[in-house]
Ligand binder design. Structure first.
Ligand SMILES: C[S@@+](CC[C@H](N)C(=O)[O-])C[C@H]1O[C@@H](n2cnc3c(N)ncnc32)[C@H](O)[C@@H]1O
Length: 210
Protein backbone atom coordinates (compact mmCIF):
# COMPACT_ATOMS: atom_id res chain seq x y z
CA UNK A 1 0.00 0.00 0.00
CA UNK A 2 1.24 3.47 -0.80
CA UNK A 3 2.16 5.85 2.00
CA UNK A 4 -0.51 8.16 0.60
CA UNK A 5 -3.16 5.49 1.14
CA UNK A 6 -2.14 5.00 4.78
CA UNK A 7 -2.21 8.76 5.28
CA UNK A 8 -5.63 8.96 3.65
CA UNK A 9 -7.01 6.35 6.05
CA UNK A 10 -5.64 8.22 9.07
CA UNK A 11 -7.07 11.44 7.63
CA UNK A 12 -10.50 9.81 7.17
CA UNK A 13 -10.49 8.42 10.72
CA UNK A 14 -9.68 11.82 12.18
CA UNK A 15 -11.87 13.92 9.89
CA UNK A 16 -14.98 13.94 12.04
CA UNK A 17 -14.36 15.10 15.57
CA UNK A 18 -15.78 13.05 18.40
CA UNK A 19 -18.19 14.70 20.86
CA UNK A 20 -16.62 15.08 24.32
CA UNK A 21 -19.12 12.68 25.96
CA UNK A 22 -18.23 10.02 23.37
CA UNK A 23 -14.54 10.73 23.92
CA UNK A 24 -15.17 10.21 27.66
CA UNK A 25 -16.86 6.86 26.95
CA UNK A 26 -13.87 5.91 24.80
CA UNK A 27 -11.50 6.69 27.68
CA UNK A 28 -13.73 4.66 30.05
CA UNK A 29 -13.70 1.73 27.56
CA UNK A 30 -9.94 1.75 27.58
CA UNK A 31 -9.86 1.77 31.41
CA UNK A 32 -12.22 -1.22 31.44
CA UNK A 33 -10.20 -3.05 28.78
CA UNK A 34 -12.92 -3.15 26.12
CA UNK A 35 -12.13 -1.97 22.58
CA UNK A 36 -14.58 0.64 21.24
CA UNK A 37 -15.28 1.19 17.55
CA UNK A 38 -12.94 3.69 15.91
CA UNK A 39 -14.04 7.29 15.39
CA UNK A 40 -14.37 6.65 11.64
CA UNK A 41 -16.60 3.63 12.32
CA UNK A 42 -18.68 5.74 14.72
CA UNK A 43 -19.18 8.34 12.00
CA UNK A 44 -20.32 5.59 9.58
CA UNK A 45 -22.78 4.24 12.18
CA UNK A 46 -24.24 7.70 12.80
CA UNK A 47 -24.56 8.41 9.08
CA UNK A 48 -26.26 5.06 8.37
CA UNK A 49 -28.69 5.50 11.28
CA UNK A 50 -29.57 8.96 9.96
CA UNK A 51 -29.90 7.67 6.37
CA UNK A 52 -32.67 5.21 7.27
CA UNK A 53 -34.17 7.44 9.99
CA UNK A 54 -33.58 4.51 12.33
CA UNK A 55 -36.24 4.46 15.07
CA UNK A 56 -35.43 0.92 16.11
CA UNK A 57 -31.81 -0.20 16.34
CA UNK A 58 -30.38 -3.44 17.76
CA UNK A 59 -26.75 -3.79 18.73
CA UNK A 60 -24.78 -6.85 19.75
CA UNK A 61 -21.77 -5.76 21.84
CA UNK A 62 -22.58 -2.69 23.95
CA UNK A 63 -19.11 -2.36 25.44
CA UNK A 64 -18.92 0.90 27.38
CA UNK A 65 -21.27 2.58 24.91
CA UNK A 66 -19.12 4.27 22.26
CA UNK A 67 -20.88 2.77 19.23
CA UNK A 68 -24.26 3.19 20.94
CA UNK A 69 -23.64 6.91 21.42
CA UNK A 70 -22.75 7.37 17.76
CA UNK A 71 -25.89 5.44 16.73
CA UNK A 72 -28.13 7.46 19.08
CA UNK A 73 -26.65 10.66 17.66
CA UNK A 74 -27.86 9.67 14.17
CA UNK A 75 -31.29 8.41 15.25
CA UNK A 76 -34.41 10.58 15.56
CA UNK A 77 -35.34 11.77 19.09
CA UNK A 78 -37.91 9.00 19.53
CA UNK A 79 -35.57 6.24 18.31
CA UNK A 80 -34.83 3.33 20.66
CA UNK A 81 -31.51 1.49 20.88
CA UNK A 82 -31.64 -2.12 22.11
CA UNK A 83 -28.12 -3.17 23.01
CA UNK A 84 -26.88 -6.52 24.29
CA UNK A 85 -23.73 -7.44 26.18
CA UNK A 86 -22.62 -10.29 28.40
CA UNK A 87 -20.69 -7.95 30.77
CA UNK A 88 -22.83 -6.04 33.28
CA UNK A 89 -19.92 -3.76 34.23
CA UNK A 90 -19.52 -2.52 30.67
CA UNK A 91 -23.26 -1.90 30.40
CA UNK A 92 -23.27 0.13 33.63
CA UNK A 93 -20.59 2.37 32.13
CA UNK A 94 -22.61 2.62 28.89
CA UNK A 95 -25.78 3.57 30.79
CA UNK A 96 -23.90 6.42 32.52
CA UNK A 97 -22.55 7.67 29.20
CA UNK A 98 -26.03 7.59 27.62
CA UNK A 99 -27.34 9.76 30.50
CA UNK A 100 -24.34 12.13 30.17
CA UNK A 101 -25.29 12.44 26.48
CA UNK A 102 -28.80 13.55 27.57
CA UNK A 103 -30.43 10.43 26.18
CA UNK A 104 -33.76 9.75 27.93
CA UNK A 105 -33.71 6.33 29.67
CA UNK A 106 -36.75 5.26 27.60
CA UNK A 107 -34.59 5.48 24.48
CA UNK A 108 -32.21 2.72 25.52
CA UNK A 109 -32.90 -0.92 26.34
CA UNK A 110 -29.77 -2.55 27.72
CA UNK A 111 -30.04 -6.33 27.83
CA UNK A 112 -27.46 -8.23 29.81
CA UNK A 113 -26.91 -11.70 28.42
CA UNK A 114 -25.22 -13.94 25.90
CA UNK A 115 -25.92 -12.78 22.35
CA UNK A 116 -27.05 -16.20 21.16
CA UNK A 117 -29.53 -16.46 24.03
CA UNK A 118 -30.99 -12.98 23.50
CA UNK A 119 -30.96 -12.25 19.75
CA UNK A 120 -33.08 -15.29 18.81
CA UNK A 121 -35.85 -13.78 20.97
CA UNK A 122 -35.94 -10.44 19.07
CA UNK A 123 -38.89 -10.00 16.70
CA UNK A 124 -38.71 -10.64 12.95
CA UNK A 125 -38.49 -7.55 10.72
CA UNK A 126 -38.65 -5.15 13.68
CA UNK A 127 -35.35 -3.23 13.30
CA UNK A 128 -34.18 -0.49 10.94
CA UNK A 129 -30.50 -1.11 11.65
CA UNK A 130 -28.58 -3.91 13.39
CA UNK A 131 -24.97 -3.40 14.51
CA UNK A 132 -22.93 -6.58 15.11
CA UNK A 133 -19.87 -5.97 17.31
CA UNK A 134 -19.76 -8.82 19.84
CA UNK A 135 -17.73 -12.04 19.96
CA UNK A 136 -16.21 -12.48 16.46
CA UNK A 137 -16.48 -16.29 16.74
CA UNK A 138 -20.27 -15.98 17.04
CA UNK A 139 -20.64 -13.35 14.32
CA UNK A 140 -21.85 -15.70 11.53
CA UNK A 141 -24.70 -17.05 13.67
CA UNK A 142 -25.54 -13.60 15.08
CA UNK A 143 -25.60 -12.15 11.54
CA UNK A 144 -28.15 -14.77 10.48
CA UNK A 145 -30.48 -13.54 13.26
CA UNK A 146 -29.63 -9.93 12.43
CA UNK A 147 -30.90 -10.44 8.87
CA UNK A 148 -34.08 -12.05 10.23
CA UNK A 149 -34.85 -9.14 12.61
CA UNK A 150 -34.14 -6.41 10.02
CA UNK A 151 -37.03 -4.94 8.06
CA UNK A 152 -36.75 -4.79 4.27
CA UNK A 153 -34.61 -1.75 3.47
CA UNK A 154 -32.95 -1.96 6.88
CA UNK A 155 -29.17 -1.96 7.28
CA UNK A 156 -26.86 -4.61 8.67
CA UNK A 157 -23.53 -3.29 9.96
CA UNK A 158 -20.70 -5.64 10.96
CA UNK A 159 -17.79 -3.84 12.61
CA UNK A 160 -14.18 -5.13 12.71
CA UNK A 161 -14.93 -7.13 9.56
CA UNK A 162 -11.26 -7.26 8.50
CA UNK A 163 -10.21 -8.78 11.85
CA UNK A 164 -7.48 -6.28 12.67
CA UNK A 165 -6.37 -6.07 9.01
CA UNK A 166 -5.60 -9.80 8.84
CA UNK A 167 -8.38 -10.88 6.45
CA UNK A 168 -6.67 -9.58 3.30
CA UNK A 169 -3.52 -11.61 4.01
CA UNK A 170 -4.10 -15.17 2.70
CA UNK A 171 -1.26 -16.45 4.88
CA UNK A 172 -3.28 -15.68 8.01
CA UNK A 173 -5.21 -18.84 8.86
CA UNK A 174 -6.06 -18.41 12.56
CA UNK A 175 -9.68 -19.14 13.53
CA UNK A 176 -10.79 -15.51 14.00
CA UNK A 177 -9.36 -14.47 10.63
CA UNK A 178 -10.80 -17.45 8.77
CA UNK A 179 -14.24 -16.87 10.33
CA UNK A 180 -14.14 -13.16 9.41
CA UNK A 181 -12.99 -13.96 5.83
CA UNK A 182 -15.75 -16.53 5.35
CA UNK A 183 -18.34 -14.15 6.78
CA UNK A 184 -17.39 -11.45 4.26
CA UNK A 185 -17.67 -13.99 1.42
CA UNK A 186 -21.04 -15.21 2.69
CA UNK A 187 -22.40 -11.65 2.95
CA UNK A 188 -21.12 -10.88 -0.56
CA UNK A 189 -22.97 -13.91 -1.95
CA UNK A 190 -26.17 -13.47 0.07
CA UNK A 191 -29.04 -12.64 -2.28
CA UNK A 192 -31.02 -11.07 0.58
CA UNK A 193 -28.42 -8.28 0.86
CA UNK A 194 -26.80 -5.44 -1.09
CA UNK A 195 -23.41 -5.23 0.64
CA UNK A 196 -20.34 -3.00 0.64
CA UNK A 197 -17.07 -3.34 2.54
CA UNK A 198 -16.01 0.04 3.96
CA UNK A 199 -12.50 0.66 5.19
CA UNK A 200 -13.36 2.57 8.38
CA UNK A 201 -11.66 1.21 11.49
CA UNK A 202 -10.60 -2.36 10.75
CA UNK A 203 -13.33 -2.78 8.18
CA UNK A 204 -17.07 -2.35 8.27
CA UNK A 205 -19.49 -4.41 6.19
CA UNK A 206 -22.68 -2.47 5.59
CA UNK A 207 -25.50 -4.21 3.74
CA UNK A 208 -29.07 -3.25 2.90
CA UNK A 209 -31.68 -5.99 3.28
CA UNK A 210 -33.47 -6.08 -0.06
C1 LIG B 1 -15.57 -4.95 20.73
S1 LIG B 1 -16.52 -4.86 22.16
C2 LIG B 1 -17.89 -3.83 21.75
C3 LIG B 1 -17.53 -2.37 21.74
C4 LIG B 1 -18.71 -1.45 21.55
N1 LIG B 1 -19.51 -1.80 20.37
C5 LIG B 1 -18.23 -0.02 21.45
O1 LIG B 1 -17.95 0.47 20.34
O2 LIG B 1 -18.10 0.62 22.49
C6 LIG B 1 -17.26 -6.45 22.15
C7 LIG B 1 -18.29 -6.63 23.23
O3 LIG B 1 -18.93 -7.89 23.06
C8 LIG B 1 -19.21 -8.43 24.32
N2 LIG B 1 -19.36 -9.87 24.18
C9 LIG B 1 -18.41 -10.80 23.99
N3 LIG B 1 -18.95 -12.02 23.87
C10 LIG B 1 -20.29 -11.86 23.99
C11 LIG B 1 -21.41 -12.73 23.93
N4 LIG B 1 -21.23 -14.05 23.74
N5 LIG B 1 -22.63 -12.22 24.08
C12 LIG B 1 -22.82 -10.89 24.27
N6 LIG B 1 -21.81 -10.01 24.32
C13 LIG B 1 -20.56 -10.47 24.18
C14 LIG B 1 -18.02 -8.02 25.19
O4 LIG B 1 -18.37 -8.03 26.56
C15 LIG B 1 -17.69 -6.64 24.65
O5 LIG B 1 -18.31 -5.63 25.42
Amino acid sequence: MSVDKAQSWVYAEELIEEDEVIAGARARSEELGVAPVSTGTGAVLRMLAATVGARSVAEIGTGAGVSGLWLLDGMPDDGVLTTIDIEGEYQRAARESFLDFNVRPARTRLISGRALDVVPRLADGAYDLVHVDGDPAEAPEVVEHAIRILRSGGILVVSRALAGDRVADPARRDDVTVTARELIRALRADERLTPALLTAGTGVVAAVKV
